[in-house]
Design a protein around this ligand. Structure first.
Ligand code: HH2
Length: 257
């Protein structure tokens, strides 16, 4: 899953693809280098980010989805607002990537059920504005697993087919570096939920915590963590650098056979 951030303020590529033509060109490049899914987002969820109004988010996302719909890939919309998801689904998206796991907007679950969209349910402790202020868990893996199980149940209760649900532990969303690494180490426990796992470690700050690297210097850490996640059974890797990720994955999987 290649990331297309149509935002001025995303943590690693904010402002680079705010112009729809630049975002579309970037999406094309990601597909040409091996992305099977493009995740188009119009609101940053980085720690401390301020919310964006639905109208503005739609204005950013819809033309980009329309410009990418003809490509040989699936399009996901990274939003927690039902109005934005509805417009993106209308424009050609088939996946709704909701970092609030359907808790952010009461209209989101019925919309996804009615449209038959695939839904990514992600774990987040708190909200982006405050989530990195002293996050605590009893057992981070058990807590995240229980949360994802409950959200999966809420999704199916709302009429979303279980086969349409993917789960994501939300690396970096209300977690310390130690929490993130424990989740990655024990990913097998989340596989027990029986749904495909999405993992997004790309350029995140836990990598910088280990070696002091800035967001633009975390490709090695992104690849190491994503390859290990794939080996542990993650099926979707959400990354900014698709070409390098593809190569790393191909080599790792060839060796493992
Ligand atoms: N991470 C980000 C955004 N959306 N969605 C899922 N399912 N999983 C993730 O780990 C995830 C996500 C943050 O990355 P990015 O989009 O690059 O940054 P920003 O939120 O600042 O736009």
């Amino acid at each position: 899953m290649g990331v297309v951030n149509v935002t001025p303020d995303s943590f690693s590529d904010g402002g680079l693809y705010l112009d729809p033509a630049a975002a579309i060109a970037h999406g094309r490049e990601l597909v040409a280098t091996g992305a099977e899914i493009l995740d188009v987002g119009g609101e940053s969820t980085r720690p401390g980010a301020e919310p964006v109004a639905a109208e503005e988010e739609m204005r950013r996302v819809v033309p980009v989805v329309e410009g990418l719909r003809e490509l040989d890939c699936e399009i996901s919309v990274d939003t927690s607002k039902a109005a934005v998801a509805a417009a993106a689904l209308e424009a050609g998206a088939m996946i709704v990537n909701d970092v609030t796991a359907l808790r952010g907007d009461p209209e989101m679950a019925p919309l996804c059920a009615e449209r038959g969209a695939t839904v990514v349910l992600m774990h987040m402790l708190g909200e982006p504005r405050t989530m990195q202020v002293d996050p605590r868990y009893d057992d981070v893996v058990a807590d995240v697993k229980a949360f994802l199980a409950a959200r999966l149940q809420a999704a199916t209760a709302a009429g979303i087919a279980e086969e349409r649900v993917w789960l994501d532990p939300g690396i970096g969303f209300g977690k310390t570096a130690a929490h993130n690494m424990e989740l990655l180490r024990r990913l097998g426990e989340l596989r027990e939920l029986g749904r495909p796992l999405v993992i997004g470690t790309s350029r995140k700050s836990f990598i910088g915590k280990l070696d002091g690297s800035a967001a633009g210097e975390r490709l090695g850490g992104t690849i190491a963590s994503s390859v290990l996640a794939a080996v542990e059974g993650a099926e979707v890797l959400r990354v900014h650098d698709v070409a390098e990720m593809r190569q790393a994955l191909a080599v790792a999987m060839a060796i493992l056979g």
